[in-house]
Write a protein that binds this ligand. Structure first.
Ligand code: TXA
Ligand code: MG
Length: 326
């Protein structure tokens, strides 16, 4: 059994010390961020990082995101270009990850960066995550706290379901508020969108005054720039049918806006009855898990607009629909 610590103070001060002590001793701690729950290890401890890959059951060593509490701390890990600084100042703390050249003497373990000469960094906008980061005083590397290939966790219960007994501690800070992972921008040359996520593209383009290139990573195809995107991610057990304009007899429905006629209420969940993309992102992974638990064979998903957070939502749904282990 993993130990669960429910934090009762808003800044998570009660949980920060035991969580940091556990991490400093090489332990694995799941904690809330604003995007999804992360599974943290001390980023400077190669052995702890190796345990983290094993606990998730990651088939290959995909590089991890290093989480930091301040820009100064991030600058000891990575080299910031002018563009990177602009993005950091505009969006941190927040759901944005920057892939940057490693700083000389970067303390993050080679295993966590998969031997690359770049490192992914972000400052999460969550009081519990920040309190733990400050208490530890070292970078925390943290992938989403799910078994590899599963849907990312947005509550402590999801983490427990996937990782109970495989990790040391779960800090329960309630449900997260964004619901999809951070947007990843490659910033080693001209900025490119490596993964759409919680910070919408148009906000980033607004700050930079340019339109972002997108490194398209078709599910199942290798891409050295965004190595993690090739995994069979976000896959529920049920098949997923996108852009559904009708519901078949045996299907569950993931609705958006007004639900399709003929949908069975006991098998329908609505991402946002009022058609709000922020609300839909927050509900996405939880609703996929709940519908999957009904043991339905197929989840039909209504069309979701592609602007704003819709780009990230549609990206995750495409992966859920495409990656069918045979
Ligand atoms: O919102 C999030 O980003 C969450 C929370 C916990 O912070 N974390 C998360 O981590 O989604 P994970 O491991 O599920 O996704 C990290 C992604 C992977 O696709 C990985 O390949 C990519 O970041 N990545 C990490 N380091 C990289 C690097 N140096 N170059 C390119 N991609 C990198
Ligand atoms: Mg993940």
């Amino acid at each position: 059994m993993s130990l669960i610590l429910t934090t009762k103070t808003v800044p998570g001060a009660d949980a920060a010390r035991p969580a940091a002590e556990c991490l400093a001793a090489g332990g694995l701690v799941a904690f809330p961020t604003e995007t999804v729950y992360g599974l943290g290890a001390d980023g400077t401890n190669g052995e702890a990082v190796a345990r983290l890959y094993a606990a998730k059951g990651r088939p290959s060593f995909n590089p991890l995101i290093a989480h930091l509490p301040t820009l100064e701390a991030a600058q000891r890990v990575a080299v910031f270009s002018e563009t990177a600084l602009k993005l950091a100042q505009a969006f941190w703390p927040g759901p944005l990850t920057l892939v940057l050249p490693k700083a000389p003497g970067c303390p993050v373990s080679e295993l966590a960066t998969a031997g690359l000469d770049t490192v992914a960094v972000r400052i999460p906008a969550h009081p519990v995550a920040l309190a733990i980061l400050k208490a530890l005083g070292r970078p925390i590397v943290a992938p989403s706290a799910n078994r590899s290939g599963h849907v990312s966790p947005t509550t402590a219960a999801h983490v427990l379901h996937d990782l109970d007994g495989r990790i040391d501690l779960i800090v329960d800070g309630g449900p997260v508020n964004v619901g999809v992972e951070s947007t990843i921008i490659g910033c080693t040359g001209a900025p490119v969108l490596l993964r759409p996520g919680g910070t919408p593209r148009d906000e980033i383009e607004g700050v930079l005054g340019i339109s972002l290139g997108r490194i398209e990573t078709a599910p199942g195809h290798d891409n050295p720039l965004a190595p993690g995107m090739l995994e069979s991610h976000y896959a529920p057990k049920a098949a997923v049918r996108l852009n559904a304009t009708d519901v078949k007899n045996d299907e569950a429905l993931l609705a958006f806006g007004e639900a399709l006629p003929g949908a069975r209420p006991e098998r329908t969940l609505n991402l946002s009855p009022r058609g709000d993309l922020i609300e839909a992102a927050a509900n996405l992974f939880g609703h996929l898990r709940t519908l999957d638990d009904t043991a339905t064979r197929t989840i039909a998903v209504m069309p979701i607009p592609s602007h704003g957070l819709g780009e990230a939502i549609n990206d995750r749904l495409r992966r859920a629909a495409a990656d069918r282990p045979s």
